[in-house]
Design a protein around this ligand. Structure first.
Ligand code: SF4
Ligand code: SF4
Length: 94
């Protein structure tokens, strides 16, 4: 499941740097989560880091993006592969 930030967000800025997938960004009025990048922290941590740190508990599961743990892990693997390609840290081309 991807998570989402509700309008109770107070723009405290603490969650954005905690996201291992760079899924959190400043939207028009409040912070938002890109569901294509949020793995609910699967692959990185046992618990969603943004939820752990948010002082007003405004980060629930996004009902529009319900995913199994398996699909979240596949998303993590895709993101990790894309990051390795972008940074040149993946396997060299044959
Ligand atoms: S649950 Fe994890 S991956 Fe998803 S937005 Fe929060 S910190 Fe980022
Ligand atoms: S930690 Fe919570 S209140 Fe602070 S910016 Fe993130 S979502 Fe908003």
């Amino acid at each position: 499941m991807a998570l989402m930030i509700t309008d109770e967000c107070i723009n405290c800025d603490v969650c954005e740097p905690e996201c291992p997938n760079d899924a959190i960004y400043m939207g028009l009025e409040i912070y938002e989560i890109d569901p294509r990048k949020c793995t609910e922290c699967v692959g990185h941590f046992d618990e969603p880091q943004c939820v752990q740190i948010c002082p007003v508990a405004c980060i629930p599961v996004d009902p529009a993006h319900i995913e199994s743990r398996e699909s979240l892990f596949e998303k993590f693997q895709r993101l990790a592969a894309a990051k390795a390609t972008a940074t040149g840290s993946g396997s060299p081309a044959p």
